[in-house]
Design a protein around this ligand. Structure first.
Ligand SMILES: NC(=O)c1ccc[n+]([C@@H]2O[C@H](COP(=O)([O-])OP(=O)(O)OC[C@H]3O[C@@H](n4cnc5c(N)ncnc54)[C@H](OP(=O)(O)O)[C@@H]3O)[C@@H](O)[C@H]2O)c1
Length: 335
């Protein structure tokens, strides 16, 4: 039997834009939909009327998605071929947002970033899903110093060589309410009088999660994005030191920052990576050896002017008292 996505690609039966052969209201399977980026992507897909299935290892993690219309959160093992096949049989499009910055004993980078995409691609082929959208990372390269970035390159290769109609996204660090990156530095600034900083001169070009999610949701129905790899960055690049100073100041805890040389940075990472849910690992340090910035502007095809950090971050980093003052102003304005 020909799966609906494949059939519509042939007949155009579901209509859509000139570029689009995926149904405008598609059945979308999302892996990694419970995460920081995933929650935004799923909300955008739901708002666009897509029928979304989130496959998660823990349904509880999907709680913030429960009330979204057209979304169902199903618990299952994404590494189980039969589970994946069952889910792809009822989908037109698969989106893979699974990722981790910290390899664990069983969940090596290769398992999470290469083996899982391979299993998903196989399930898509068998289940009749011809369209896949895959999340990689800026700087992913087989030659990267970091195992995280090498494994991300491996995942890209699996998807690009799959024969499926793919789109790959490669964002720099992503910010927005609930992010790990800026919130981590806000917590450090709140806790310590001085911030010893590894990789202080590494450069990043943070991109807003709402913009990333909008691109991913749009790519689902825009076949002009097929075969493309999009680097996604915000409008401005910063050194890590500039970012940390901005976060500390904005969160109401201005702190002196002490950049660490390579030796001390390595020592710090060696110690921190022993902690559960480590703050920093030597592999994270290795990934900072190259600037995490885009060569060109935000991809024009999405029609997005990427949000600045300064426009968004104060909304969730600013101290509560400042929030309250904003709320008072807003309340006054709405009267
Ligand atoms: N956040 C950033 O700054 C950033 C920058 C560049 C690229 N990315 C990429 O964007 C994607 C989403 O990132 P995020 O920030 O949303 O991450 P996140 O909040 O940590 O969420 C990651 C998701 O992946 C799944 N996952 C995590 N570890 C897994 C494992 N060992 N096996 C199977 N599934 C696992 C989780 O799903 P369940 O627990 O529900 O199963 C979770 O929903 C990732 O691929 C990441 O590499 C993120």
């Amino acid at each position: 039997m020909i799966a609906p996505a494949v059939a519509s690609a042939i007949t155009g039966a579901h209509g859509g834009t000139m570029h689009s052969r995926t149904p405008m209201k598609a059945r979308v399977l999302v892996l990694g939909g419970t995460g920081f980026v995933g929650r935004h992507v799923v909300a955008k897909l739901s708002a666009a009327g897509h029928d979304v299935t989130v496959l998660t290892r823990s349904r509880e993690r999907g709680r913030p998605l429960f009330l979204l219309p057209t979304v169902r959160v199903l618990e299952g093992d994404p590494y189980d071929a039969a589970t994946l096949l069952r889910r792809t049989r009822n989908a037109d499009v698969a989106i893979n947002l699974v990722g981790t910055l910290h390899a664990r004993r069983r969940d090596t980078f290769d398992r999470v970033h290469v083996a899982l995409p391979r299993m998903l691609v196989d399930a898509c082929r068998q289940g009749g899903v011809s369209r896949i959208v895959h999340m990689s990372a800026l700087g992913a390269s087989a030659e990267a110093a970091s195992a995280y970035l090498r494994s991300k390159a491996g995942g890209e290769a699996v998807v690009a060589d799959s024969g499926l109609r793919f789109t790959i996204f490669r964002p720099s660090v992503i910010f927005g309410s609930g992010d790990t990156f800026l919130n981590l530095f806000a917590r450090l600034a709140a806790t310590f009088p001085v911030i010893p900083l590894a990789g202080a001169s590494a450069r990043f070009q943070p991109v807003f999660v709402g913009d990333v999610a909008a691109c991913i949701a749009r790519s689902v129905v825009d076949d002009a994005t097929i075969g493309q790899r999009y680097a996604l960055c915000g409008p401005k690049a910063y050194t890590l030191e500039e970012l940390v100073r901005y976060v500390a100041d904005t969160s109401g805890h201005p702190r002196p920052i002490m950049p660490l040389g390579p030796g001390l940075a390595n020592l710090q990472a060696r110690v921190l990576e022993l902690l559960p849910g480590p703050l920093l690992t030597r592999d994270n340090l290795a990934s900072m050896q190259h600037d995490n910035v885009c060569e060109g502007p935000f991809p024009a095809e999405f029609g997005i002017a990427p949000a600045t950090l300064e426009a968004i971050a104060p909304e969730y980093l600013a101290p509560v008292s400042l929030h309250s003052r904003f709320d008072i102003f807003r309340a006054r304005d709405s009267l």
